[in-house]
Design a protein around this ligand. Structure first.
Ligand code: SAM
Length: 190
């Protein structure tokens, strides 16, 4: 019932590392078509399906249109790297900040490996800037990157700002040899 197979990557990561819990507020970047948001809605109890547990919140953002999903708020046709998007994101959040930022964002691949790698690293760095304004202290950031020359730049920036940073290569993405995720936990905040 997931909109896209990418759901299995997030399920796999979350089964192993337990980043999503009932009651948490999640920002899902590069959310279209919405499979990660589906997983997040379930795992943070955004629909209040289990009334005994706290109810979470999910906001998905993408350049593309995202079809509505019960339990999630979507911001379509918005560029996460555009500073103007921050204001809109903030206006849609129930509280000032979120507990988790997920990013499965990927620019349109040109096929030139080094260029695609650099574009995605830049996008992740822009996301890290945005995190400053909307990620709670001790919060979590999970972001996809394509491995290459500049990966360590992103990794170093994450290590400055989070207490625990690890690289994850889900089984579900083994077909795409360059694709990995950084999981950064315990945001130091400002
Ligand atoms: N996680 C999604 C799911 O499970 O349905 C799949 C995400 S797909 C691999 C990558 C998405 O990142 C695309 O929909 C693309 O439009 C989006 N994207 C790329 N650059 C972006 C940007 N600057 N701002 C917002 N979204 C972006």
């Amino acid at each position: 019932h997931y909109r896209c197979r990418s759901a299995f990557k997030l399920l796999e990561i979350d089964d192993k590392l337990h980043i999503l819990r009932p009651g948490l507020a999640v920002l899902d970047c590069g959310a279209a078509p919405g499979a990660w948001s589906q997983v997040a809605v379930e795992r943070v109890n955004a629909l209040g399906t289990d009334p005994a547990l706290p109810t979470g919140f999910v906001l998905g953002v993408d350049l593309l249109r995202i079809s509505p999903l019960e339990g999630a708020v979507f911001l379509s046709q918005a560029d996460v790297a555009d500073p103007g998007t921050l204001r809109t994101i903030r206006s849609l959040l129930p509280a000032e900040k979120v507990d988790i930022i997920l990013s499965d964002m990927a620019p349109n691949a040109t096929g030139i490996k080094e260029l695609d790698h650099q574009k995605l690293i830049s996008l992740c760095l822009a996301l890290l800037d945005l995190s400053k304004s909307i990620l709670k202290p001790k919060g979590t950031l999970l972001c996809k990157f394509w491995d290459g020359h500049d990966s360590h730049l992103l990794q170093n920036r994450l290590k400055e700002q989070f207490q625990d940073v690890r690289t994850i290569k889900p089984q579900a993405s083994r077909k795409d040899s360059a694709e990995s995720y950084y999981l950064a936990r315990l945001y130091k905040g400002k």
